[in-house]
Design a protein around this ligand. Structure first.
Ligand code: C2E
Ligand code: MG
Ligand code: MG
Length: 619
């Protein structure tokens, strides 16, 4: 009898089922569907064998039994292909929700084919001399059409939405479908070569080896689930509707690397993270995520982690993400942890930190702003506004401060308060700074601003730029390229946080001063720039911050400090700009106390290039 191939296929599948069964595994819907394929395909091979036996001994069985077995075998072939299609549709349904409805359509289609298989006639054929049997007739044709269409649907959905399917899953299922189709073609051309069931089993084994083997989800060093498993599990949770909760444990040391004996590492981690209801994933060298699907479980886990005795190996910081869903995917989750640990400079090891929704919105806003800056740089929407600075002595505008803005795609202005900080954190400030500087140089030169009485333009430098060893080179190159006389540039600095940064800044300043650029100290009186800083820094101007200029009118103490500071600054031969002067009264007071320059809305808000030129022309 031609049943050897089927036996081989069956053995392969039994082996897979056993090895799947006794491994630690994740609760994945798609894996369950896959197991459905595996079991139905085992059933298919058994029915295949039974139908061969049924045909050979058909005279010894009750009248319709062999025919029923043959049709059941055909029906099981359709079932396997239906579940294979659902396997991919389920994966897609996590991202594309209409697939949930499509699955029902596929099921109805499958049922119709199954009904046809049982309703249509079948012919059992045999060559007794060669002991070969097979079936033919309309019932078989319905099966071929059904299976072929389901495989086709499966391939179409894979190719159409390949970006939503894990690459390995995609490749292996494609291999499976083609091996199966190949077997079907062979069987269609030689009807007694019964290889369809075997072909399907081979395909299923491929998917197992490359994607569904639970071992592929394990981290060898720790015995926890690995990053790939995390990806699949999170995809399922974010694609579903049920709530879930996450605790992140960020270890101080990647202890598993140093403890040595793998078995004891595994034991330690399993014991340490043995928490009821948790699925634990090692997603980075020192990061473990615990996922929960029940609120009471995460609450009790959080408490029990707090109580747990801490050892050196397991020293860690803990984060509870109350509502991971306020991000939209696992990517947001990872980014959130990074964001919190970097931006919030969270705490020492051993601390417990609850991440609320507002931090997530903050992160998302920050990410959008990063994109906004990136696009603005690419599309040349970073522009410079100019705020004139009035000389009390000369009674006219003698300089201006260049202030950066981004124009968004709708033409709205975004002020530096919204993006400078973010750009400093992600390093984009260097590019913004260069862009602004270049624009200022060109603007000055193309319009010969010196002819309007402009002695120089003040340009802000971020502390990040000041600590950049290439700053002087970059800026001198821009000045050389634009051929602007360096005397027309004054760079505003603020106090740097670290000593190292200060060294680099001084070196940068010395090179640029030698080249001909002058400097001023911005934000004086805010804590970002103080008196002792003026002593060290080769600046020629000091800018009193808006708050300080204001405090002069409201606080007696501030008045004393400002008077004293002014006295010393003038004593050192430096000049003073008061920022944020809005009223005539404020202006008069500044004049009285002998401030040198005034910058503020009293004279003008920051203006676009055109408006600024207009203002200068009117003057
Ligand atoms: P800053 O350098 O102290 O600039 C002065 C800020 O005070 C400007 O805000 C200006 O519009 C505002 N201002 C001036 N006069 C008045 C007034 O009378 N009343 C009020 N309420 N505000 C006044 P802006 O343009 O929003 O810039 C804010 C900060 O962003 C700047 O403070 C500076 O630290 C930073 N910034 C601006 N442009 C750049 C740049 O190109 N590079 C860098 N690194 N930072 C920049
Ligand atoms: Mg400034
Ligand atoms: Mg300022």
């Amino acid at each position: 009898m031609n049943i050897k191939v089927q036996f081989c296929g069956l053995l392969v599948l039994i082996f897979l089922a056993i090895s799947y069964g006794h491994k630690k595994r994740l609760n994945l819907i798609t894996s369950r569907v896959y197991m459905g394929c595996l079991y139905s395909s085992m059933m298919c091979l058994v029915l295949d064998i039974l139908s061969v036996i049924g045909i050979v001994y058909r005279n010894e069985f009750p009248a319709h039994l062999p025919e029923f077995i043959c049709k059941s075998y055909l029906a099981s072939l359709v079932l396997v292909s239906l579940i294979a299609t659902i396997y991919i549709s389920t994966t897609l349904s996590f991202r594309l929700h209409f697939y949930k409805k499509l699955i029902s359509v596929f099921v109805v289609f499958g049922i119709v084919i199954e009904a046809l298989i049982y309703l249509l006639p079948i012919t059992m054929c045999e060559i007794p001399e060669e002991s070969l049997v097979w079936t033919e007739g309309p019932s078989c044709y319905a099966t071929y059409v059904g299976v072929f269409l389901l495989i086709l649907i499966n391939l179409i959905q894979i190719f159409r939405h390949s970006e939503y399917i894990f690459p390995r899953q995609r490749t292996t299922v494609i291999i499976w479908m083609f091996v199966w189709l190949g077997a079907a073609v062979i069987q269609a051309m030689n009807s007694h070569l019964l290889v369809v069931g075997f072909g399907c089993a081979l395909g299923i084994a491929t998917v197992f080896a490359q994607f569904e083997n639970p071992e592929l989800n394990m981290d060898r060093a720790t015995g926890l689930f690995n990053y790939a498993a995390f990806n699949r599990y999170a995809e399922q949770l974010y694609g579903g509707t049920k709530d879930f909760y996450v605790i992140a444990v960020v270890f101080e040391n990647a202890a598993w690397q140093y403890i040595g004996d793998p078995a004891s590492v595994t034991k330690m981690f399993n014991a340490f993270l043995e928490i009821p209801g948790a699925s634990a994933f090692k997603i980075m060298e020192k990061q473990v995520l615990l996922f929960f699907t029940k609120h009471e479980q995460v609450v009790s886990a959080w408490d029990s982690l707090m109580q747990r005795p801490k050892t050196k190996e397991t020293e860690a910081t803990y984060y509870l993400i109350e509502n991971p869903r306020c991000g939209s995917s696992q990517r947001d989750l990872i980014e959130l942890l990074q964001y919190v640990s970097i931006q919030k400079k969270v705490a020492k090891p051993g601390s417990f930190y609850v991440i609320h929704d507002d931090i997530v919105s903050e992160m998302v806003a920050q990410r959008m702003m990063t994109q906004q800056i990136f696009d603005a740089l690419a599309e040349d929407r970073v522009v410079v506004y100019y705020q004139p600075i009035y000389s009390i002595e000369k009674k006219r505008f003698t300089s201006a401060e260049a202030l950066v803005r981004i124009i968004d795609r709708d033409g709205k202005l975004i002020l530096p308060g919204e993006f400078i900080n973010i750009a400093e954190n992600n390093g984009m400030i260097t590019e913004i700074g260069k862009r602004v500087f270049e624009k200022v140089c060109r603007f000055f030169r193309e319009n010969d601003l010196q002819n309007y009485g402009m002695q120089y333009i003040e340009v802000n430098l971020s502390v990040v730029q000041c600590a950049d060893e290439k700053l002087a080179d970059n800026y001198i190159k821009i000045m050389n390229d634009t051929k602007l006389d360096p005397a027309y540039i004054n760079l505003e600095i603020t106090e740097s946080a670290s000593v190292d940064a200060k060294q680099v800044l001084i070196a940068n300043m010395e090179r640029m001063i030698e080249y001909g650029i002058s400097f001023s100290l911005d934000d004086f009186g805010t804590g970002a720039s103080n008196l002792n800083y003026i002593v060290d820094m080769p600046v020629k101007l000091v800018k009193f911050d808006r708050e300080m200029s204001r405090a002069y009118f409201t606080s007696r103490k501030a008045k004393y400090v400002m008077d004293a500071a002014m006295h010393m600054i003038h004593g050192m031969g430096l000049e003073i700009v008061a920022e944020g002067i809005e009223t005539e009264e404020q202006y008069n007071m500044m004049e009285k106390i002998k401030i040198d320059y005034i910058q503020g809305y009293y004279f003008s808000k920051p203006l676009s290039e055109q408006d600024f030129l207009e203002l200068l022309r009117q003057e």
